[in-house]
Design a protein around this ligand. Structure first.
Ligand SMILES: [Zn+2]
Ligand SMILES: [Zn+2]
Length: 351
């Protein structure tokens, strides 16, 4: 049940009309019928609409992420999106496959090497996946997952993905999109801290070797056809700047390899029709969104679909940075961004 004051019937009707129009591929109605700009009296005011032109935040987590602060319940997230003129499409962290254990290269848990348990979101071993589907369905949120690349164990990923579809169907939920995300090298989450990244780079034999492995694993995942989008492809650069950066940026001396591998991966994504995410979550660590301007340019030149996501883990962060993002994307000549319904790409014209 939605709590008192939940989304009105008429809003639900407008959203369904948008979904129907999108499914029919009717671009003329896509923006009009979203109906998200016209707020009714008495509905939560929220801040001034931000990112209205983008319409959908395609990367939001809930309390099930394993590392979300208090208050990231599905209904609050939906309201936060509506208050900013945005539909929310979740990309919750998929569970790890049965028997796949994370471990920390850095040994003893410390602030530099946080316990791996904080990386684990939904679980197959309890009822959290069913609870997640139930909560998302009741709140009227679009459902998708961030699926980890598990050290190249694509067999495990394939099993997990079919299980997700089965469980979703059993819960009466449609999975709108699967993003592939690289957070784990072998069995070790590399993206916690500058120190965990440095340890993973050392384990690979240096930054060039890390870049080759990172991008090769993304290309393999993309080529399976399981994924609709690649999340935060530049995430290994997240500690290049900021208070927690290493003495020298992690990819010092490996910039050429990084660039070649990145471009090759974008080309593979173009071949397989996989979208690339413009993820404003990079603002929190890198100080700018993933994609950087040069990578955005390369993606556009290859004709890749651009999908916007905030990577919010709390309602306050839904749509974070979307005003600037929209400005930058328009300045780059983009005329549409993309969302997904039941795995089908849906354009959102920016004009
Ligand atoms: Zn991620
Ligand atoms: Zn995420």
């Amino acid at each position: 049940m939605l709590r008192e004051g939940g989304p009105s019937g008429s809003r639900r009707t407008r959203e369904r009309a948008w979904e129907d129009a999108s499914r029919r591929g009717d671009r003329s109605q896509t923006r009009q019928d979203a109906g998200l700009r016209a707020f009714r009296p008495g509905e939560p005011p929220g801040p001034a609409p931000a990112g209205c032109g983008l319409l959908v935040d395609n990367h939001v987590h809930t309390r099930h992420s394993g590392h979300s602060p208090e208050g990231a319940d599905a209904v609050s997230i939906r309201w936060a999106g509506l208050g900013r003129g945005l539909r929310v499409s979740l990309r919750e962290h998929a569970p790890l496959p049965e028997g796949f254990e994370l471990r920390q290269l850095g040994g003893q848990a410390s602030p530099d090497f946080p316990p791996v348990s904080t990386a684990v979101g939904l679980s197959l071993g309890d009822r959290s996946l069913g609870t997640f589907f139930h909560e998302a369905r009741e709140a009227g949120l679009s459902v998708g997952f961030e699926v980890d690349i598990l050290g190249g164990r694509l067999d495990l990923t394939e099993e997990l993905v079919s299980l997700l579809y089965r469980e979703a169907r059993a819960s009466g939920v449609t999975i709108d999109a699967l993003n592939c995300s690289h957070h784990i090298l072998g069995e070790t989450p590399w993206d916690f801290t500058p120190q965990t990244l440095a340890a993973a780079i050392g384990f690979c034999g240096g930054p060039a070797a890390f870049a080759r492995r990172y991008f090769a694993e993304i290309r393999e995942a993309v080529a399976t056809g399981m994924f609709h989008c690649v999340s935060h492809i530049e995430a290994p650069r997240k500690f290049d700047a900021g208070a927690r950066s290493l003495p020298a940026p992690a990819f010092t001396g490996a910039e050429e390899v990084w660039r070649e591998e990145l471009l090759r991966t974008l080309e593979t994504m173009a071949v397989h029709g996989v979208a690339v995410e413009y993820n404003t979550g990079g603002l929190a660590t890198w100080g700018r969104p993933y994609l950087s301007p040069t990578t955005l340019r390369a993606a556009l030149d290859l004709g890749l679909r651009i999908v916007l996501g905030s990577d919010a883990h709390h309602p306050d962060h839904v749509g974070r940075g979307f005003v600037d993002a929209e400005r930058e994307l328009r300045a780059a000549g983009l005329t549409e961004v993309w969302s997904f319904l039941a795995g089908r790409p849906v354009p959102i014209p920016l004009a």
